[in-house]
Design a protein around this ligand. Structure first.
Ligand code: AMP
Ligand code: GLY
Length: 424
């Protein structure tokens, strides 16, 4: 059986979940994570290299006989990490920079969706503030305004009034708050409904979907307050009937894989479709080129297959089409954040209780690090606690019982992760 040295790029809770799952594979020899965090250090060797240092990472991978690189976040993909690795003959799970435009340019993604007949909100594109405003003032509200480029999850405004749209246009097109990423904006119709995360491994036209998941993006209970990177997730989601799922695979995942393939774009990685389940059917809010965070933390523990083998098959064109095996039961992941997040927060605070977690939960680290052997906070989202259970309520109960064992100054979490799906 061949063995592989694998480098995981990124340092969040998603990357800890990826490393944890890869470590279970008998195929994995050396496992590295760049830059990693206090949790990845327990299953992989952390490297002091930033995810955005794409040339340095590619050189390091070559010099250290890495067989496969798994790219967690979007920035290194848009910066061409996969292109750099491919030039050096190293296999990489993730799209090339030109295919990663699916996430790094909302305008490009909208164009390809319309051409491929993938359902999405009607939209218009602007780089001139006056024209944007002439259009926006005449639209029904709420209205959605998006920076074209990558804006770390902060580039989307749901304007309730024309005045809010006007200030969003000013911020992006005149004040330049998103820099180059916001020099072009997409203005689109507001879609109402439940959101769903549809994620699959994609190798050319072959699609292998993972369990459906639900993220919770707002900071506060009851979906209140500002958007965050994600405050918790559950999987598998039962919000859509089993009979309706194959149609999502064909009309969205296979449709986008085929559209990319027809444009001669090499896609060997993960595609994540953020869906809105509207009264007129599911529509795509956005595509991402990677696993979601916190979705990965609940999806990967449910994956009934060897992640290293799936990743390797994806990059060698041997991926088998069709849904990947999903283990029985449910997972509920609750993010513990620093007080103040997504605004300013303190770091360096000692974290207690991570070792007190019981066998019904996993803890994936994000903003943590070890200082003189002690675990301290180092970011906005600090940990994801994932409870497991035969039912979603049991998974929630195990998640929260263990969340309460973990303590640091100002620790904050939502109390209602998965609650709406339990009550349905
Ligand atoms: P995106 O980064 O495009 O997924 O947008 C971030 C969040 O903004 C989504 O998860 C939705 O909650 C919201 N959003 C984006 N586009 C729309 C839309 N057309 N209608 C309603 N909400 C939206
Ligand atoms: N959970 C949403 C994202 O990863 O973008």
């Amino acid at each position: 059986m061949p063995h592989w040295n694998i480098l995981v790029v990124g340092g969040g809770s998603r990357e800890h979940a990826i490393c944890w799952k890869l470590r279970q594979s008998p195929r994995v020899d050396r496992l590295y994570c760049a830059p990693g965090n206090g949790g990845t250090a327990t299953v992989a060797e952390n490297l002091p290299l930033a995810a955005s240092q794409v040339d340095v990472l590619a050189d390091w991978a070559q010099a250290n006989h890495v067989d496969l690189v798994v790219v967690g976040p979007e920035d290194p993909l848009a910066l061409g990490l996969v292109d750099r690795l491919t030039e050096r003959g190293i296999k990489a799970l993730g799209p090339t920079a030109s295919a990663a435009r699916l996430e790094s340019s909302k305008r490009w993604a909208k164009e390809i969706m319309v051409e491929a007949g993938i359902p999405t909100a009607p939209y218009a594109v602007f780089d001139d503030p006056q024209r944007a405003w002439d259009y926006a003032r005449a639209q029904p509200y709420p209205l959605v305004l998006k920076a074209d480029g990558l804006a770390a999850g902060k580039g989307v405004v749901v304007a309730q009034t024309p005045a809010e749209a006007r200030s969003a246009i000013h911020a992006a097109l005149e004040a330049g708050v998103f820099g180059e990423a916001g020099r072009t904006i997409v203005i689109e119709e507001f879609l109402d409904g439940d959101e769903l995360s549809l994620i699959a491994f994609v190798s050319g036209r072959t699609v292998a979907p993972l369990a459906l998941a639900r993220d919770h993006k707002r900071v506060g209970d009851g979906d209140t307050g500002p958007n965050t990177g994600g405050m918790g997730a559950i999987a598998p989601s039962r919000i859509i009937s089993d009979e309706a799922i194959p149609r999502l695979y064909t009309t969205i995942l296979e449709a986008i894989a085929t559209a990319l393939h027809e444009r001669h774009l090499i896609y060997q990685g993960v595609i994540f479709a953020g869906l809105m389940l509207t009264r007129d059917g599911p529509k795509v809010l956005e595509f991402n080129c990677r696993l979601g965070d916190p979705e990965a933390q609940v999806i990967l523990p449910l994956l009934g297959a060897d992640l290293a083998e799936i990743a390797y098959a994806t990059v060698t064109g041997e991926l088998r089409p069709g849904p990947l095996p999903v283990l029985p039961g449910y997972r509920c992941g609750v993010v513990i954040a620093s007080g103040g997040y997504p605004g300013p927060y303190r770091t360096g605070l000692p974290i207690e209780g991570v070792d007190e977690v019981d066998a019904n939960a996993l803890v994936f680290h994000a903003g943590t690090k070890r200082v003189d052997g002690a675990l301290v906070t180092a970011g906005g989202r600090v940990l994801t606690v994932v409870g497991q259970g035969e039912t979603l309520s049991a998974a929630r109960a195990h998640a929260y019982a263990n969340v309460e064992r973990i303590r640091f100054d100002g620790a904050y979490y939502r109390h209602d992760i998965g609650l709406r799906e339990v009550s349905r």
